[in-house]
Design a protein around this ligand. Structure first.
Ligand code: FAD
Length: 482
């Protein structure tokens, strides 16, 4: 029988924060003892996290445990099929209820349903709360009852619903329940040891709610004013850098929404930049709504005409792309930034993705899988949706004839070559614009920059014009089959 000493379990997943956490807030308000529980669950159909995201998760859990401890709580770690593990903890601890924030993704919903069913049988209350989105996918439907597949009308509909509710404060005091058997963080095996490849990630990032809030505050105080103009410049620190914090729920989208709106209200001159920034947050929302409607977004073309696309199997070319050795400086810079830091600038993500899919005609799923493993912000919605957008197989996709010219992209967005210099240092001796196309430098220019093409830096693995012609032909054939 539940009594005043029976604990409430708060099941944490992709919401590793204390503030604006509806489930934690509601549980704390009851005054009951609490078990804050994270279950590492890799059971299919849940997609196991990639290496970089696992590293982030470990740091985020550490930060969360400290945050909970500061207000009197504790974090219990377990692994296994979440529904089974939580029901077992609930039984052992004689819990009266389990609270959680929803995740609008089919495999997570399946786990929630399985848990609710077990708890119901045990006579334990189950309560879920709105979760990781500004708007529930069910609230934005077209006339056919399906989700929208074009961004602009989607975002208009989201904004027309009015501002999301005001974020909730973090609980200031929690009552921890009696300790339960759990895992040590190291026992979850999230961090690389031999070899420890995470040095670049540690240098680049500080995961956790406090760092996330600091980053948001600093961005809105100093960075947002140049967002609209500078956000496409990969060398400038002109974007928020919030994506991994959002991915793991160290911040909620509505916290960002309200903070950005507040900044614009205080400084009306920021309105346009804030509007642009919020529409990017809208893309995250759009991608997640798409995922809600298409749980197989990472494996299946949204446009079935692409099922017959003549993708090439070319392991050496895929390998050259992965390790940043294609001979195209902007592509190589992006892929090396990704490998070392677990992130890549959005403009460069588009360029490298286009290069893989269109220049090399390699299936977008191979690129998506590589990003999934190497990005700290690898997201079940944004990653495949953006890959499909670039490939042309997705919703609201880039037109098939848009084939980025990697040299022109570089000249436009990295005119002085700063980004390439930073990530491809063996080309640093070449002045712009030659640094963007070293193959067009004269032997003297190459020699004075100490560049030997094919030796110190690869020659291009494919010639741009030929690749473009081949891609257009393949895309036209695919369209003809529709
Ligand atoms: P800001 O410019 O500050 O934007 C604010 C927030 O808006 C971001 O944190 C992010 O949550 C969201 N956002 C911005 N652009 C997009 C977009 N195009 N799609 C969806 N959300 C967006 N983003 C991920 O979070 N996870 C991924 O796995 C991911 N994979 C991508 C794969 C490809 C091929 C491409 C082209 C883009 C991908 N993106 C992904 C989107 C985008 O590149 C990143 O969100 C952005 O670079 C993160 O930097 P930021 O936080 O400084 O962004």
């Amino acid at each position: 029988m539940a009594d005043q000493h029976s604990p409430i379990i708060v099941w944490l997943r992709e919401d590793l924060r204390l503030s604006d956490h509806p489930a934690l807030y509601a549980a704390a308000k009851t005054g009951a003892p609490m078990i804050c529980l994270y279950v590492l669950d890799d059971t299919p159909p849940l997609r196991p996290l990639g290496g970089a995201a696992r590293w982030w998760l470990a740091q985020s859990l550490r930060a969360l445990a400290n945050g909970l401890q500061a207000v009197g709580g504790t974090l219990l770690l377990r692994r296994g099929p979440a529904a089974k593990v939580i029901a077992e903890v609930a039984g052992r601890a004689k819990a009266k209820a389990v609270f959680w924030n929803e995740i609008a993704q089919a495999p997570h919903r399946a786990a929630e349903r399985a848990l609710s069913a077990s708890l119901h049988e045990m006579g334990v209350e189950a309560q879920s709360f709105p979760g990781d989105l500004l708007v529930r996918p069910e609230a934005i439907r077209g006339k056919d009852g399906k989700g929208l597949r074009v961004f602009t009308p989607f975002w208009k509909r989201v904004l027309a619903l009015g501002d999301p509710s005001v974020p909730l404060p973090a609980p200031t005091a929690l009552r921890a329940a009696l300790p339960q058997p759990g895992e040590q963080l190291a026992g979850l095996g999230l961090e690389p040891t031999k070899p420890d490849w995470a040095g670049g990630l540690r240098e680049t990032w500080q995961p956790g709610e406090t760092a996330a809030q600091g980053r948001l505050k600093a961005f809105l105080a100093d960075g947002i004013g140049s967002y609209a103009n500078e956000r496409d410049r990969p060398h400038r620190d002109a974007t928020s850098g919030l994506s991994p914090h959002l991915r793991f729920g160290e911040l909620s989208p509505r916290q960002i929404f309200h903070a950005a709106r507040f900044a614009a209200a205080e400084h009306p001159s920021l309105a346009a930049d804030v509007g642009k920034f919020l529409s990017e947050l809208g893309w995250r929302e759009f991608c997640r709504h798409l995922l809600f409607d298409h749980p197989d977004l990472s494996t299946r073309n949204l446009q079935s005409s692409f099922d017959a696309f003549p993708w090439r199997h070319d392991a050496p070319a895929l390998g050259a792309w992965q390790c940043g050795a294609t001979g195209y400086p902007i592509v190589d810079a992006g892929m090396r930034q990704l490998w070392q830091t677990g992130t890549m600038h959005n403009r460069v993500r588009m360029v490298v993705a286009s290069f893989l899919v269109k220049h090399l005609l390699i299936d977008w799923r191979a690129g998506e899988a590589w990003f999934w493993d190497t990005l700290v912000d690898a997201d079940a919605g944004s990653n495949p949706a953006n890959w499909q957008w670039v490939a042309g197989s997705g919703a609201d996709a880039a037109p098939y004839f848009r084939i980025f010219n990697p040299v022109l992209q570089c000249e436009k967005f990295d005119p002085d070559g700063d980004y390439v210099q930073r990530w491809v240092p063996e080309l640093a001796g070449l002045p712009a614009p030659l640094i963007h196309r070293p193959w067009s430098a004269s032997p003297i220019e190459l020699a004075s920059a100490q560049v030997k093409l094919g030796v110190t830096y690869p020659a291009p693995i494919i010639e741009h014009k030929a690749a473009r012609t081949r891609a257009l032909a393949a895309y036209q054939r695919t369209r003809a089959q529709v």
